[in-house]
Write a protein of this length. Structure first.
Length: 279
């Protein structure tokens, strides 16, 4: 089985345990390649992102753990970096100059008409309340805003892995049932993954919500499309708890095989490699 994971969050951001606890759990479960990717700093403080003042300690902690566990597991360090605006996104020098092994590009935040930052990565109930309060219930506008930001992030670059490529689809579908079957949305997704493919990014199969919601990000209905576009994929759990680092992995790998994928991307000796799927 392909026991790797490069998307997880430790106590440097909103993860629920120290960096080392994730490493120990990965070793105990037989992982051979593992990375932590804390939420990168934003221009303002939040409860779920790092602060710039923590960056040196974060990188030092990684160096110490990589040395300590060098005989047991390959360790890597990254960041999950949000596209917020043109001044704060994965492509800016402050992020690209950091000594990281990889970067994950994601979108969690939108601006409302008043310029207030709105976190739309939340439960369906909270999502509905925020769409109603901040965007006058216009969920289709919110969807287009979300993908406009994703398109711009992909255009700007500065990252290796596209994080939870369509994460809003679940909340938006709860608000607007039947969304994924609407022709305009299908066309949007084709344009989106076509652009992703043209830029050569890795796309993670994010398994975080599989056990609780029964869905992957991106939704599995688009995996054949990604295969057609020759997009390379990897399986990440986006774990915030050590015990969840392997959640949904086997199911994702089996479904990837069923969709025609033969390989996944893994980091080995500092380089990305295509490795056969083994389940």
């Amino acid at each position: 089985m392909n026991l790797t994971n490069y998307h997880s969050h430790c106590s440097f951001c909103d993860g629920r345990a120290p960096f080392e606890e994730f490493v120990k759990e990965a070793i105990s479960q037989g992982f051979y390649s593992y990375g932590v990717s804390s939420h990168a700093p934003l221009p303002f403080p939040t409860q779920w992102t790092m602060e710039w003042g923590q960056m040196e300690a974060y990188l030092d902690e990684f160096k110490n753990l990589r040395s300590k566990y060098a005989d047991e597991i390959e360790l890597y360090v990254g960041l999950e970096i949000d596209y917020l605006n043109e001044e704060s996104n994965p492509s800016v020098a402050r992020f690209t100059e950091l000594p990281l092994d990889y970067r994950i590009g994601s979108v969690h935040l939108l601006y409302d008409a008043a310029g207030e930052v709105v976190d739309i990565d939340c439960s369906p109930a909270v999502f509905k309340e925020r769409v109603d309060r901040h965007f006058n219930g216009d969920v289709l506008r919110v969807i287009r805003m979300y993908f406009d930001r994703l398109f711009r992030m992909v255009e700007l670059g500065g990252f290796d892995i596209l994080g939870h490529a369509d994460k809003m689809h679940y909340n938006a579908s709860c608000y607007h049932p039947g969304l994924l079957d609407e022709p305009w949305y299908e066309a949007l997704m084709k344009d989106y993954f076509s652009l992703v493919a043209s830029r050569g990014y890795l796309v993670e199969i994010n398994t975080k919500a599989y056990d609780s919601l029964g869905t992957f990000y991106p939704n599995s209905r688009y995996w054949e499309l990604m295969k057609e576009y020759q997009i390379k994929v990897l399986v990440n759990s986006d774990a915030h708890y050590p015990e969840r680092i392997n959640a949904g992995r086997m199911e994702a790998l089996r479904l990837l095989q069923a969709k025609g994928f033969a390989t996944v991307a893994e980091l080995h000796q500092g380089s990305w490699r295509e490795v056969p799927i083994v389940v």
